[in-house]
Design a protein around this ligand. Structure first.
Ligand code: ADP
Length: 223
C-alpha cells in the first residue's frame, strides 16, 4: 500500500508510522524531515537545509522533492511505503501526483494543546531518528535510545518559538491539502484527543480502519 500519514507536528506521525511498517509487510517509513536531516552535510544543499530546519521554516520544494524522489526510487519502496512529512504545500502535492499514485491518507486529528505538550517533551535519537517523549514515552535509560543506544537530543525546532512557527505554517499551507485527497475519497480520519493514549492503541485503530477501507475498495472494484 502507498500511504501518506498526515497531521500537524507532534500528532505522532513518525511514532505511528514506524510501528505500522512491520504490520504492513515492512513497507518503508519515509520521513522527509529525517531524509533532510541526513542531508545536512550535503555540499550543495546542506547549508540551506540547516537554515530552514533550524528556524522551523520549509526547506525549498525543489530540494525536498529531489530527496524524496531518490528515496522512492529505492527497490524497497516499490511494494509500498508510508510517507511522513510530505506534502506540506500545494506545489508538493502536485509534484507527488506526478511521481506516484497514493492509495490512502491517514489523517491524524489532534487538538493544539496536545501537540504543544508533546512537542515540548519530545526527544529524538541522533543515530536512528527514533522519537521518545520524556513524559509519555520515556526511554528505558534517560538520554539513551532503546533501539540503538545512540544519544537522545531535543531538536532546535522543538523549542517554543520554532514550534509556534511550524504549527502556523501547517495550518496555513499543509492542512488545506487534505481536501485534495478527500475529493478522491482516500482519507481516513483518526482522532486522538489525549496526550497519554499509548501508541499501540492508536496503531490498532489505524489497522482496523485500513482493513475496512481495503475491504470497501475491493468491493467497489468488483461491482
Ligand atoms: P515536523 O513535521 O515535526 O516539523 P519533521 O522532522 O517532519 O518535523 O521536519 C523537520 C523540518 O524538516 C521541517 O520543519 C522542515 O524544515 C523540513 N521539512 C521536512 N519535510 C519537509 C517538506 N515536505 N517540505 C519542506 N520542508 C520539510
Amino acid at each position: 500500500m502507498k500511504i501518506i500519514i498526515f497531521g500537524p507536528q507532534g500528532s505522532g506521525k513518525g511514532t505511528y508510522a514506524s510501528r505500522l511498517s512491520p504490520l504492513l509487510g515492512n513497507i518503508p517509513h519515509i520521513a522527509t524531515g529525517d531524509l533532510l536531516r541526513a542531508a545536512r552535510d550535503d555540499k550543495e544543499y546542506g547549508e540551506k537545509i540547516r537554515h530552514y530546519q533550524d528556524t522551523g521554516g520549509l526547506v525549498p520544494d525543489e530540494i525536498v522533492l529531489r530527496t524524496l524522489k531518490k528515496r522512492l526510487d529505492q527497490p524497497d519502496a516499490r511494494k509500498g511505503f508510508i510517507i511522513d512529512g510530505y506534502p506540506r504545500n500545494a506545489e508538493q502535492a502536485k509534484a507527488l501526483d506526478k511521481i506516484t499514485a497514493i492509495d490512502v491518507i491517514i489523517n491524524l486529528v489532534v487538538p493544539e494543546w496536545v501537540l504543544l505538550q508533546r512537542l515540548s517533551t519530545r526527544v529524538q535519537c541522533k543515530n536512528c531518528s527514533t522519537i521518545f517523549n520524556t513524559r509519555t514515552l520515556p526511554p528505558k535509560k534517560p538520554g539513551i535510545c532503546d533501539k540503538c543506544g545512540g544519544p537522545l537530543f531535543q531538536r532546535d525546532d522543538d523549542k517554543p518559538e520554532a514550534i509556534k512557527k511550524r504549527l502556523a505554517l501547517y495550518h496555513e499551507m499543509s492542512a488545506p491539502l487534505i481536501k485534495h485527497y478527500r475529493d478522491q475519497g482516500i482519507v481516513i480520519d483518526i482522532e486522538c484527543d489525549s496526550p497519554d493514549i499509548p501508541p499501540e492503541i492508536v496503531v490498532n485503530k489505524i489497522m482496523d480502519r485500513l482493513r475496512t477501507f481495503k475491504k470497501a475498495r475491493g468491493q467497489a472494484k468488483t461491482k
